[in-house]
Unconditional design. Structure first.
Length: 48
């Protein structure tokens, strides 16, 4: 069995990496959403 508190004390950067990964994922999702909106707007404009 691994002592989680000991691991956290020895590897504090683990949380920082997870936070950075989470922020990167959020940014990626937001970028995809923006790209979809832009594509939809462009399709709407070309359809007129």
């Amino acid at each position: 069995m691994v002592d989680v508190e000991l691991v956290d004390a020895v590897f504090p950067w683990r949380y920082a990496e997870e936070a950075v990964r989470g922020e990167a994922l959020k940014a990626e999702v937001e970028a995809e959403r923006c790209a979809e909106k832009a594509a939809a707007a462009q399709a709407e404009d070309s359809g007129r």
